[in-house]
Design a protein around this ligand. Structure first.
Ligand code: CA
Length: 529
């Protein structure tokens, strides 16, 4: 990556700051020492004396944020000697507004946490300093992750090519998958469906053969809690959003022939009663409503929450709700197009008013060290977890926290700043039923198609995506509903649909996505050089 003038001067300033720190006796200014991975204990201290830094980190609707009560930050302080104090208002629940107000402050907080969009646009205005050279020199744990995953850097850099924040990271792609009533399959003598045709036949049998045994044809074979049939269109090799087609061009999946075929078939499924007739109106409680009264047969949804519904076995005899592999699509390919982005579009950066950029990047690096990672994922040893055979295990008390482990951990500091989340910790925190689905999909990375990367847009591209893109998305969503419910015929209106999208600016939005994608590819090539 090319170095700008600004970058060079900051690196020079950073270097002199380290020398000063060296005079204070922190003893970590030699290049050789810096390459060493930090170990728990004395060696992790970033400064000899306690250093207080201010941080903007707004939790939105998550409640007040008292850094003295967030035990993960206390642990980080104990290990690094860097103490954070928050500057964001706890009473304002509007995170965007708080971010904008923060930017008008002088001096700026030392550390700024936020979304990728907010951080990069603030950075372009000069509020944050570039981090790539600081990471290279002083953050070996972060650099190791970037070396292994150059796409994390390419997906985080601003449109000027600089990295201004350390991103929050997940491990593992599984997010959603197919679920089915295994006891209904058993009752009707059916196997788990493994192809599109078998899946259709199973839904048809659920509809026709009274698996809930009440003498009524009241079963709702496929349902979904958040409107629409995006979970199913992949069975026709269609894509729900932007992706790169076979010609290497960025297109919206819902303008392609595969989507047209999917909607034609799904309109037929709807007409045959295989899809919830109220799929657009039932709302977020669809699973509770339909599973709880023994009517729902199958869905495609989040593992962590969907896997928890086996509690209905207490009231519905034999109730057995399981995750299954995606049925093979129309071309015989088993795949899941919906995946979690391992690179989260948020993190934290160093403000241009921060007098301690080297200490701050070392502090950031601690969260990527072994102890930092464990703290972020499992909390505090002896309180939230204990070490068993060399591995952290949540205590019973932690596992039984009201609201679940992830919610509790968030209150202890597990927020979306620059830290990597352990997939094992996520699995450990799930119910056995949620684990079943998550692990089934996690064991099959080959099911996952290449994800469209997180892109960085210029201000002009942002504007196009906001303005024309919103209108385009609205038409796409509305038309899907009309096609599915049969108020419009797919074949008869497809060409008009494409023409309407064009007149709303689809081609401009597509070009904006294409340009951002091309820049992403260039960044990636430059990093890998
Ligand atoms: Ca029935």
């Amino acid at each position: 990556m090319k170095k700008g003038k600004l970058l060079t001067s900051i690196a020079a300033a950073a270097l002199s700051l380290t020398m000063l720190a060296g005079c204070n006796g922190s003893g970590t200014t030699e290049t050789g020492d810096l390459q060493m991975k930090m170990e728990p204990g004395e060696g992790t201290k970033v400064t000899a004396e306690e250093l207080d830094l201010t941080i903007f980190l707004h939790r939105g609707g998550l409640g007040a944020f008292d850094y003295d009560k967030m035990t993960m930050f206390q642990e980080a302080f104990r290990e690094t000697n860097i103490k954070l104090s928050g500057t964001a208002s706890a009473s304002n629940t509007d995170a965007q507004q708080e971010f904008n107000i923060m930017l008008t402050n002088s001096p700026l907080p030392d550390i700024i946490q936020g979304t990728k969009t907010n951080l990069n646009s603030a950075a372009i205005e000069g509020a944050l300093i570039p981090l790539e050279d600081l990471v290279k020199e002083y953050a070996p744990n972060i650099q190791a992750v970037f070396d292994e995953h150059p796409e994390y850097v390419a997906g985080s850099v601003a449109s000027d090519g600089h990295l201004y924040y350390i991103p929050s990271l997940f491990e593992g792609k599984p997010s959603v998958g197919f679920y089915i009533r295994q006891d209904w399959l058993d009752k009707l003598g059916l196997e788990v469906p493994t192809t599109l045709d078998e899946y259709y036949n199973v839904l048809k049998a659920f509809r026709e053969q009274d698996p809930n045994g009440n003498g009524l044809k009241d079963e709702v074979p496929y349902f979904y809690r958040d409107k629409g049939v995006d979970g199913l269109i992949q069975l026709w090799d269609a894509y729900n959003t932007w992706h790169v087609n076979d010609e290497g061009q960025v297109v919206h999946g819902k303008t392609e022939e595969e989507y047209k075929n999917a909607m034609k078939a799904l309109a037929q499924w709807y007409q045959e009663g295989l899809i919830d007739q109220e799929i657009y109106s039932r709302g977020s409680q669809a699973r509770e409503q339909l599973l709880g009264v023994n009517l729902g047969g199958s869905t495609h949804d989040w593992f962590s929450s969907t896997g928890s519904f086996n509690r209905f076995a207490d009231t519905i005899e034999g109730f057995n709700w399981v995750a299954i592999a995606p049925p093979a699509d129309v071309n015989g390919v088993v795949k899941e197009i919906f995946a979690r982005q391992e690179l989260v579009a948020s993190g934290w950066g160093i403000s241009s008013d921060n007098q301690y950029p080297v200490e701050t990047i070392k502090y950031f690096d601690w969260w990527f060290s072994e102890n930092g990672r464990r703290t972020y994922a499992y909390g505090i040893e002896g309180v939230d977890y204990t070490m068993v055979d060399g591995k952290p295990q949540y205590t019973e008390e932690t596992l039984n926290k009201e609201g679940g482990v992830p919610m509790y951990m968030r209150d202890m500091g597990q927020l979306e700043f620059g830290a990597p989340m352990s997939i094992q910790a996520e699995i450990d925190a799930m119910t056995p039923q949620a684990q079943q689905g998550f692990e089934l999909y996690n064991d099959h990375p080959e099911w996952y198609t290449e994800q469209f990367p997180a892109l960085s847009y210029t201000t002009e591209e942002e504007r196009i995506i906001q303005d024309q893109g919103t209108a385009v998305d609205t038409l796409i969503t509305e038309t899907q509903q009309e096609w599915l419910m049969g108020t419009k015929d797919v074949d008869a209106t497809w060409d008009q649909y494409l023409a309407d999208l064009d007149s709303m600016g689809y081609q401009q939005v597509r070009q904006a996505q294409q340009d951002a994608y091309d820049r992403y590819q260039e960044s990636l090539a430059a990093i890998e050089e």
